[in-house]
Design a protein around this ligand. Structure first.
Ligand code: AMP
Length: 449
């Protein structure tokens, strides 16, 4: 099957060629015909599946007919990066269509946005908060909206955007086409889907299995040796571009700095960075100025970093879904990727949960000449820091119980630097270190790199 099957307008076909797309991805194959027919869609797809073009292409097709100069399609996204990415995609795919699109998000001057809306746009890609500002100031009107897309709805929920989304929906015409995309389908998303979608077609791609082109490995190690092992891993592996995930902002920053010290072309992004610095780090990573990018889950949300050769989980994520999201950045379309996860003995149950979702066990590996026996320094500041309190978790209160339960409760936040009192298998004691080296509680099917 190729894109000709969809019979797109020639100017859209030109955009598809310009983007270098030859064959539609599975989500595109399933979603495009349904969107073209005008159906509402519940799309279950993770980043990296080609979901953006799956809604952008039929929206462009629909907008080829009808009026210009007013907002006809709105795409709501959780982060500025994702909004920019979608807007860029529309720019590429719609270059020859004359359809105008813009992104709207906070943290930047509102005036240029107002001026751009005034000049006339047919598509807005927006983060909820700033869009509401515009709606309240009446600098954006959605009174003639035809298509509403809610992208990465699960992330929007996690980030507490649902009340804003409901306010936005009150300001759009009742008669419209709705497309909702989410990588996961927790109860809250189901509720939203029931409220927003009318007789939807469900399109589901790889919700439980990540790209088959990704190979997975865990590297058991004691807490205090994680950074050393990470450096060794990077030295031992031929990597093109590496995305490293940490659980905390502080850690992302610190590891970024350590990598730079060691001579790596590295940058880090975390929530505390200014918009300019985030953009600088992201574009540097995309254009190869930086080979390694260290990020927290929230900071990395929606980033299109196709071509990432390795995802390294310095800290194991909180849920299997988060793991799938993280590794969605590697092994895309035509290329293969590796997903490495540094694990401590605290992470056994999460590894098992991830394996369940993957449907296979993950290889446990070790680096041959790495000294796993080094005891933890007595004054190890990194792991003396008090554990994160449940109240500081980013998830809204109603979901804390569930995610806490999945992790085995806050006490099991393995790599997060849980301080005193230390767990009995205190990482850093030689016995624990050697246990970890042997694979500890992990299967011993390791092989050296
Ligand atoms: P997405 O899941 O929308 O973030 O897309 C992931 C990556 O795949 C992006 O870099 C897209 O440009 C790319 N992509 C989307 N559709 C196709 C396609 N049909 N063929 C090749 N690459 C694609």
């Amino acid at each position: 099957m190729d894109f000709k099957t969809f019979n797109f307008h020639s100017s859209i076909a030109a955009g598809i060629s310009a983007a270098g797309y030859e064959t539609p991805t599975p989500i595109q194959r399933k979603a495009i015909p349904a969107v073209l027919k005008g159906h509402d869609i519940m799309g279950l797809a993770q980043t990296g599946t080609g979901k953006t073009a799956a809604f952008v292409l039929p929206i462009l097709e629909r907008l080829m007919d009808g009026g210009r100069g007013y907002v006809r399609a709105l795409i709501v996204a959780p982060t500025r990066e994702l909004a920019e990415q979608i807007n860029d995609n529309i720019g590429t795919l719609g270059r020859k269509t004359g359809i105008r699109s813009m992104s709207i998000y906070g943290g930047v001057n509102i005036k240029p946005q107002i001026a751009k809306v005034k000049r006339g746009v047919e598509v807005i890609v927006a983060c909820p908060g700033r869009l509401l500002d515009h709606l309240n100031q009446k600098t954006v009107s959605l009174s003639r909206l035809e298509i509403l897309v809610l992208d990465e709805a699960d992330h929007m929920f996690d980030m507490g955007f649902f009340p804003d989304i409901k306010r936005i929906i009150k300001q759009v015409p009742k008669q419209r086409q709705n497309l909702l995309f989410s990588a996961t389908m927790p109860r809250e998303i189901l509720h939203l889907a029931r409220e927003v979608l009318v007789d939807p077609v469900t399109v589901q791609i790889g919700i439980t299995a990540p790209a088959e082109t990704v190979s997975h490995a865990v590297y058991p190690v004691a807490h205090h040796l994680k950074t050393k092992l990470l450096l060794e891993l990077l030295k031992h592996t031929t990597t093109e571009s590496v995305l490293i995930f940490t659980r905390t902002k502080h850690r992302a920053k610190r590891i970024g700095e350590q990598l730079i010290k060691q001579g790596f072309k590295a940058a880090s992004i975390q929530g505390n960075l200014s918009q300019n610095k985030r953009q600088e780090a992201l574009s540097g990573f995309r254009d190869g100025t930086y080979q390694v990018l260290v990020a927290t889950d929230i900071a990395a949300r929606g980033i299109d970093v196709s071509g990432v050769s390795h995802v390294i989980n310095y800290d194991i994520p909180d849920t299997p879904d988060a793991y799938i999201h993280r590794i969605g950045r590697t092994g895309r379309a035509a290329s293969t990727g590796d997903a490495f996860t540094l694990v401590t003995d605290d992470d056994v149950s999460m590894v098992r949960a991830i394996e369940k979702v993957l449907g296979s066990s993950i290889k446990s590996k070790a680096i041959d000449d790495f000294d796993y026996e080094v005891p933890a320094p007595k004054n190890n500041r990194e792991f003396k820091r008090p554990p994160r309190k449940p109240t500081t978790r980013r998830k809204p209160p109603q979901r804390q119980a569930t995610s806490g339960a999945k992790r085995g409760g806050p006490a099991s936040t393995g790599g997060s630097g849980s301080g005193k009192p230390r767990r009995s298998a205190g990482a850093g004691k030689p016995s624990a270190a050697s246990k970890t080296r042997r694979g500890g509680n992990f299967r011993s099917n390791k092989r050296s790199d």
